[in-house]
Design a protein around this ligand. Sequence first.
Ligand code: DGL
Length: 287
Amino acid sequence: MHIITNDHLPTCRWSFFYIFIVKEKPIGIFDSGVGGLTVAHAIKQILPGESLVYFGDTAHLPYGDKSEESIKFYSRKITEFLLGYDAKVVLVACNSASASAFDYLKTEFNDRIILIDVIDPVVNYLIARRFRKIGVIGTKRTISSGTYDLKIIKKSQGTSVVSLATPLLVPMIEEGFIFDDISNAIIRTYLSNESFSGIEALVLACTHYPIIKNQISKFFNFNVEIIDSARVVSHVLRDVLEKHQLINDTGNVKDQFFISDYTPYFEKIAKMFFEGDINLTKADIWN
Ligand code: DGL
């Protein structure tokens, strides 16, 4: 996670007015599609007074199969779009984009915006909990980047990390196969992998996966802590906003949800991820 420092804020008596204006601005969130709405939902639970501006790049999903270069390019354009909506923070609510593009975004936007990813907050949480063996499941892009393994081991050399790409889970969830025979079989096939034996925690390193958190927990007979990045990241976001006196306490809340390609299908599954009614607007930022 990169956060803005006080050096970025005006230091004179005008800083009070600056903060007053900025705190009403929305939190920018983006994902490859609608999976990041699990993060948006978690933020709404913890920070109901905040406005959101969400962008789901449905024209380019899945990011899990894309190259690092493509994801950097998409992430940059989307961050610019969110800055155009005056986001006070940009949250990369996609593990594939966090793994591939977050360092690049920091170098490009460091001086303009508070940036938060979904990986560093989870790694810090894992280190604080002192788990000795951790499993990580995610898209091909996230797992092949080795980002979780490298970051965890850098901070705690004695910890062992086993990672597995589980690409069938995203289409499975989107097609509504949850707590049924098909999803049980897919989850069992992936998680029975011998390398997961003895894990104390399993990281859901994809923002789609909170939807099947309970099912995965049940698979492990509730003996493994299932780490849902949406919840962890929302708490970190609250801490960052508090630290910089940017909590929106004005009572003015307006949420906006954009996607780059609209179909009724996205509208339908967006409700499942956001756990509530949601209006999606098409924003064509690619032409
Ligand atoms: N939501 C994305 C993530 O967290 C997964 C979906 C995709 O592959 O685009 O990585």
